[in-house]
Design a protein around this ligand. Structure first.
Ligand code: FES
Length: 107
């Protein structure tokens, strides 16, 4: 199972073991990681699963769709160059060790 590390805005790091079929969003919500809401359940309509991906991981993620790119313009915390919607990042062993930072706010 891949391990994902979530980094809170204050620097606290939370490592969770995630199943191979889950998205990063589901891994966070299922393990009560505060800071990821996932209000739409992954149907890409809420933008409450916004994360900042550690730069070294950006190229290893699936490409961003036009719809994800558009929704990232509606996040509560302003997007950055490394912003993604965590519901659009499916987990696999290839992402073992992924590090994502949580934004200051999701709503
Ligand atoms: S969970 Fe709603 S956009 Fe990701």
């Amino acid at each position: 199972m891949p391990t994902i590390t979530f980094v809170r805005p204050d620097g606290e790091r939370i490592a969770v073991e995630a199943g191979n079929t889950e998205s990063v969003m589901l891994a966070a919500v299922g393990r009560q990681v505060a800071g990821i809401l996932g209000e739409c359940g992954g149907s890409m309509t809420c933008a409450t699963c916004h994360v900042f991906v550690a730069p070294e991981w950006l190229d290893r993620l699936p490409p961003m769709s036009a719809a994800e790119d558009e929704l990232l313009d509606a996040t509560a915390t302003e997007r950055g160059h490394n912003s993604r919607l965590s519901c659009q990042i499916p987990l696999s062993e290839a992402l073992d060790g992924l590090v994502v930072e949580l934004p200051e706010m999701q709503i």
